[in-house]
Design a binder for this molecule. Structure first.
Ligand code: BJ8
Length: 426
């Protein structure tokens, strides 16, 4: 039976019918992981709706905006300063990279031992399954890890236009200068493709809008730390994932409403799990939508997640851009400073990340930390050693996990996580 979005998908060259089986499996997976939860907040209905319309309504909105002359800019990293995109009247979207899709196609061009996240964005493109990639007028990559950097060279041949931002690897003055010049170069690029100049007014408005979204997520992160825990880690992860592609103003409004509901729940002393449930902080590689495997394993092993130290989590919401300036060069400087605080494992040394993990674990009153790294991701698998040492120094138990997007290791993961949670209970 023809669906309401068929024509739009055809226009985008999307091949959804060829992957119907896979999409049905994902739908079932969502039902098992999300919809089966008891006592879920009413406010999560908005997130369920946005996710169910991931190939529909949001894409329709992007297409309508494009018809009105707006440009869609797709990104893969939280280092890309989205305030500039909005200030140039573009639309920023984080691109899908969280499912094992099109793996065979991706492995025709990438080595098998490439991390799942990189293979995933190739897979989505090669299988023609991501309407966000197909809607993007410009795709922005970055020189973070070697895998991404080299993969973008090949990816550039598959998309209309690719732009690479140079990200420093250290945090000395010379690195800040480089990053500032990159922000200015990106500003010029955006002005060129959108035909709109970024002004004090438009940048000020964009900084405020993105900060408001970060503030709503900060509020959520504070509230979730109550005891008993009032919202599952899976739900908070989903909220973070959706923040990358939903309309920011509408999203913020809905998350603030959800936080009001959370406050009421906390005041009644209600939780999603019993008070003594073991509290876990999850730390490491970003979990792009629809990567829910490990959070599901953790929360079905008698524990609850109370914080995510990752780019699809607190690393992206912890710092705001200073709003105190009315002068364009100063605003740009404030952005340079805010983004230089990002503690991605691609930096060396990266001592701030260790400090952040320890303080997050303490603030969230975590019983333990699970460090999650994707196989073949050198920055995070190697940095896991230092993370473990820093946490153990504070007597915080740690479990290091390396996995990928396949479901093959799910039983093995379950055994390890259950043993860890049991150990925390002794
Ligand atoms: S700021 S974490 S979003 S680079 S998992 S592709 S690192 S081999 S994603 Fe990231 Fe920006 Fe850093 Fe955040 Fe490479 Fe590792 Fe794969 Fe990774």
């Amino acid at each position: 039976m023809p669906g309401k979005y068929d024509e739009m998908w055809d226009r985008l060259g999307l091949d959804l019918s060829a992957h119907e089986g896979l999409l049905t499996v994902l739908g079932k997976f969502y039902g098992d992981i999300y919809l089966s939860q008891q006592n879920r907040l009413k406010g999560m209905e908005y997130l369920d709706f946005v996710l169910s319309e991931v190939h529909g309504l949001r894409i329709q909105e992007l297409q309508a905006a494009k018809k009105n002359g707006k440009k869609v800019v797709g990104t893969f990293c939280v280092f890309v300063p989205e305030e500039l995109i909005w200030a140039a009247e573009g639309i920023a979207v984080g691109l899908c990279a969280g499912a094992e899709i099109g793996r065979e196609e991706a492995e025709q061009v990438l080595p098998r031992n490439t991390c799942s996240l990189i293979k995933s964005f190739f897979g989505f493109k090669m299988a023609r399954l991501c309407p966000f990639i197909e809607s993007s007028d410009l795709i922005v990559g970055e020189t973070t890890c070697d895998g991404k950097k080299k993969a973008y060279e090949i990816f550039a041949d598959l998309v209309p236009e690719m732009y690479i931002m140079e990200i420093p690897q250290r945090k000395e003055k010379i690195d800040r200068d480089l990053w500032k010049s990159e922000i200015l170069r990106f500003k010029d690029k955006l002005e060129e493709i959108t035909g709109r100049a970024i002004s004090t007014k438009s940048l000020g408005k964009a900084i405020k809008m993105v900060n408001e979204r970060r503030r709503a997520l900060q509020r959520l992160n504070k509230l979730r730390r109550a005891n008993p825990v009032p919202i599952s880690g899976r739900d908070v992860l989903l909220i973070n994932q959706i923040s990358f592609y939903d309309d920011p103003v509408r999203f913020t409004e809905n998350i603030n409403k959800l936080c009001d509901e959370l406050e009421e729940r906390i005041s009644r002393g209600e939780g999603i799990v019993p008070q003594k449930t073991k509290r876990i902080v999850l730390s490491g590689c970003p979990m792009a939508v629809p990567n829910w495997k490990l959070p599901y394993v953790i929360e079905s092993s008698g524990a609850v997640i109370v914080g995510e130290e990752s780019c699809i989590g607190e690393r992206n919401t912890r710092d705001l851009v200073d709003e105190g300036s009315k002068d364009l060069p100063e605003m740009l400087d404030n952005m340079v400073d805010r983004y230089m605080n990002i503690d991605c494992a691609c930096f060396t040394p990266n001592k701030e990340r260790l400090e952040h993990i320890v303080s997050l674990a303490k603030d969230a009153k975590a019983d333990g930390v699970i460090h999650y790294a994707l196989q073949f991701c050198h920055p995070y698998t190697i940095e896991a050693y230092k993370v473990k040492k820093a946490l153990e120094k504070e007597n915080i138990p740690v479990l290091k996990i390396e996995t990928d997007y396949s479901m093959e290791d799910i039983e093995q993961l379950k055994t390890r996580v259950e043993a860890f949670v049991e150990m925390l209970s002794k």
